[in-house]
Design a protein around this ligand. Structure first.
Ligand code: PAF
Length: 302
């Protein structure tokens, strides 16, 4: 039976999903046993304690997993997933849920016919503490979650992912998931590097001084996506970027936080994905290249 849900990646989103899916008894796959976890939710002010079911990454018994949700960062996907593939059943569906784009291009050819789903989630989750005995994750907002099929069997993959869609508020099945991911990429490609470079909260990007750069980032992305077969509405996308800037005005973006904590950023999967697709298609994207160079120069580990 391949009815279990596995979660690969015990970061804040992985732990939050594990709790949201608790009635389906998901399995958290990791290097070490998962301790009890507290989910502090700003939505109802409650604190929920739960004990994730855990299985070691080198456990060869993964054949009962029917849906593997991968919540590691984009730059970790291939290293985390490749060693597990031979232990997964031939009909295990894989769902990638990370910021940015790119790993699906490397993963699709090696999945050997397994369904590949892609998704994006704007659920807010922050890991507040992760000691040996207990983890604490704060659920800060519901945000939109979109999931869709890239390759495989639509009916089978939709039924595999339905428990996840039911478990999260504001989650939807999305027919054109690549278009949804390019749209989300525009938001991240504008907000994340600029907040890291200017060391500011998202809201500061609403000032006039950033307007030309944000417009150019969105325009280059729209041109690249069009050459890649995805037609985006530039003015609607620009409006969406500014809407997110307003709605998350007090937040520090994930890239700002990565730089502030000396962690590797997701720049290669965000502006870097646009640059590499554009180069492959013979398009120049000077603003995205500039964002990459400036974020790399900030000195965090790349
Ligand atoms: O990566 C992030 O920080 C978020 O996706 C977003 C939407 C830019 C808000 O901070």
């Amino acid at each position: 039976m391949t009815s279990r849900i596995g979660i690969l990646g015990a970061g804040a989103i992985g732990q939050l999903l594990c709790w949201q899916l608790r009635h389906h008894q998901p399995i958290l796959l990791g290097r070490q046993a998962a301790p009890d976890c507290f989910i502090h939710t700003d939505l109802d002010g409650q604190r929920h304690r739960f004990s994730p079911q855990y299985r070691q990454l080198n456990d060869k018994k993964l054949s009962d997993i029917g849906l593997l949700i991968v919540t590691v960062k984009a730059y970790q996907v291939m290293d985390a997933l490749l060693p597990l593939l031979s232990s997964l059943s031939a009909d295990c569906a894989v769902l990638l849920l990370h910021n940015g784009m790119g790993p699906h291009l490397q993963l699709a050819p090696v999945l050997q016919g397994r369904d590949l789903l892609l998704g994006t989630t704007s659920q807010g989750a922050l890991r507040e503490a992760s000691g040996r005995d207990c983890w604490h994750v704060r659920h800060t907002g519901t945000g939109l979650t979109q999931i869709g099929l890239l390759n495989g069997n639509p009916a089978r993959s939709k039924s595999r992912v339905q428990p996840l869609l039911d478990a999260i508020a504001n989650a939807e099945w999305t027919e054109d998931i690549l278009m949804a991911l390019w749209q989300k990429l525009a938001v991240n490609a504008a907000i994340n590097p600029l907040t890291a470079i200017h060391n500011c909260r998202n809201g500061e990007l609403a000032t006039a001084g950033h307007c030309a750069t944000i417009q150019a980032i969105v325009a280059e992305l729209v041109t690249t996506a069009a050459a890649d077969g995805i037609i985006l509405d530039e003015s609607a996308l620009l409006a969406r970027v500014y809407q997110v800037i307003t709605l998350t005005a007090n937040n520090f973006s994930s890239m700002h936080q990565d730089v502030a904590h000396g962690r590797q950023t997701e720049i290669d999967a965000i502006n870097g994905f646009v640059v590499s697709r554009a180069e492959a298609l013979g398009i120049d994207t000077p603003y995205h290249r500039d964002m990459m160079a400036k974020v790399r120069a900030l000195g965090s580990v790349q």
